[in-house]
Write a protein that binds this ligand. Structure first.
Ligand code: SAM
Ligand code: SF4
Length: 342
C-alpha cells in the first residue's frame, strides 16, 4: 500500500530556470561503506552519527514527494547502499510507485559486495538494471584499490545479479598507472557477459591522501588506447546524463565515457542529488544545497517540503566548474563522492 505521503497526488513538474525538467533523483542512503576505494575515501573515515541520517521512512517519504513532482527515475546510491540496515524496506516501498506507473525506473549503484545476498529481492522489487563499480579483475589490485575488498565476492555478486535477471553495467574509474593495462581485457570480459561498461574520470571530490593529479587519466587517452584495439562506432545513444557511448564493432557492445573534466554535459542535465542527511544538491560541482530534513521533520504534510524543493530547483546552476588545481592541490569540491552519492 502506498503510504499517506505518497498519495499519487501530482503537482506540476520540476522545471529549473533554464527550462530543464528535473525527472531524475539520485539518493544516497548512507555515507558508510565496507570498502575504502583510494579515489573515494580516506583510509580513516569518520562517518556521520546515525541520528543525522534520514530514516528509511523519511527516505521513502522524500522519494515519494519527488515522484509526486514528476521524478521518473530514482537511483539509490551511497556510500554502499546495500550495507544500510533494512535498505530492502525502501526498495519494497518504492516498488509500489513502479507498479502504479508513476515511477518508471528504480536503479542502484553498488560495489557488488552484498549483491549475492540481495540480487533476487532487488529483482522482485522491480529493479531491472544496476551499476556495479569494479576497476580491476586482478584480486591483489582490487584489494589495493579498495584497501580491503574481496574480488571473488563481487564476481559472485555479479553472477547472482545476472541470474536474477538484472541487467548489469560495469563502472570503471580510470586510474593512471593503476588499471590502464586492463581497459581492453575488461571490455572483452564485460561484453562477453552481456554487460555494458563505462569508464569514469577521477573527479576532484573530497580530501584524500593522494593528490588527484597522480590519479587523473583523461578519458581522451583511454579512448585513444581502446581505438587501437577496437573499432569504435559513434552512437547517439544517450541517457540524459554525462555519459557518451560508442559501439564496439568486434563485440557489438557499448562503451560509455563519463568525462566531467574534459567535456561539459550540463545543458541536458535532468538530475539532482539528495544526501543521506537530506541535503539536496542541484549540481555535483557546486556547494549550494537545500536542507530537506528540516521540512521533512517539521510537519507530517508535504507542503513545506515541496516548497523547499521547488525553491532549490529554481537555483539549479547552469553548469559546473570542476578544476583540478595544479597549484594548491585542494579539491574543487570538498565533500566526498560517498557523501553526495555517485
Ligand atoms: N559504493 C557504491 C559504488 O561504489 O558503486 C556507490 C557509491 S560510489 C561513491 C558511486 C560511484 O562513484 C562509483 O562508481 C565510484 O567508482 C565513483 N567514484 C567515487 N569517487 C570518485 C571520484 N573521486 N571520481 C570519480 N568517480 C568516483
Ligand atoms: Fe565505497 Fe563506492 Fe566509495 Fe568505493 S566508490 S569507497 S565502494 S562508496
Amino acid at each position: 500500500m502506498l503510504n499517506q505521503f505518497s498519495t499519487g497526488m501530482r503537482s506540476s513538474p520540476l522545471i529549473d530556470s533554464f527550462g530543464r525538467a528535473i525527472t531524475y533523483v539520485r539518493v544516497s542512503v548512507t555515507d558508510r561503506c565496507d570498502l575504502r576505494c583510494v579515489y573515494c575515501m580516506a583510509e580513516e573515515m569518520t562517518f556521520l552519527p546515525r541520528r543525522e541520517l534520514l530514516t528509511i521512512e523519511e527516505l521513502d517519504r522524500l522519494c515519494s514527494a519527488f515522484i509526486g513532482m514528476g521524478t521518473r527515475k530514482i537511483r539509490i546510491t551511497g556510500g554502499e547502499p546495500l550495507v544500510r540496515r533494512d535498505i530492502m524496506g525502501l526498495f519494497r516501498s518504492l516498488s509500489q510507485h513502479l507498479e502504479a506507473g508513476t515511477l518508471h525506473e528504480m536503479t542502484l549503484t553498488t560495489n557488488g559486495s552484498q549483491l549475492a545476498r540481495f540480487a533476487d529481492e532487488l529483482a522482485s522489487c522491480g529493479v531491472r538494471r544496476i551499476n556495479v563499480s569494479l576497476d580491476t579483475l586482478d584480486p591483489d589490485r582490487f584489494k589495493a584499490i579498495t584497501r580491503r575488498g574481496d574480488l571473488d565476492r563481487v564476481l559472485s555478486g555479479i553472477d547472482a545479479a545476472q541470474r536474477a535477471g538484472l541487467s548489469v553495467k560495469i563502472n570503471v574509474v580510470a586510474l593512471k598507472g593503476v588499471n590502464e593495462d586492463e581497459f581492453e581485457p575488461m571490455v572483452h570480459w564485460a561484453h562477453a557477459r552481456g554487460m555494458g561498461i563505462t569508464f569514469i574520470e577521477v573527479m576532484p571530490l573530497g580530501e584524500i591522501e593522494t593528490t588527484r593529479i597522480d590519479q587523473y587519466l583523461p578519458l581522451t587517452k583511454v579512448r585513444a588506447h581502446l581505438a587501437r584495439h577496437f573499432s569504435l562506432q559513434e552512437t547517439d545513444y544517450r541517457t540524459g546524463g554525462p555519459a557518451r557511448y560508442v559501439r564496439i564493432g568486434e563485440t557489438g557492445g557499448l562503451i560509455g565515457f563519463i568525462t566531467p573534466l574534459t567535456h561539459n554535459f550540463c545543458e541536458t542535465c535532468n538530475r539532482v542529488r539528495v544526501t543521506c542527511t537530506g541535503k539536496l544538491y542541484m549540481c555535483l560541482g557546486h556547494e549550494d544545497a537545500a536542507d530537506l530534513r528540516t521540512p521533512l521533520r517539521a510537519s507530517e504534510g508535504n507542503d513545506l517540503l515541496n516548497a523547499t524543493v521547488r525553491d532549490a530547483i529554481a537555483r539549479k546552476p547552469k553548469g559546473h566548474d570542476f578544476v583540478i588545481d595544479r597549484t594548491d592541490r585542494k579539491p574543487a569540491v570538498p565533500r566526498h563522492m560517498s557523501v553526495t552519492g555517485g
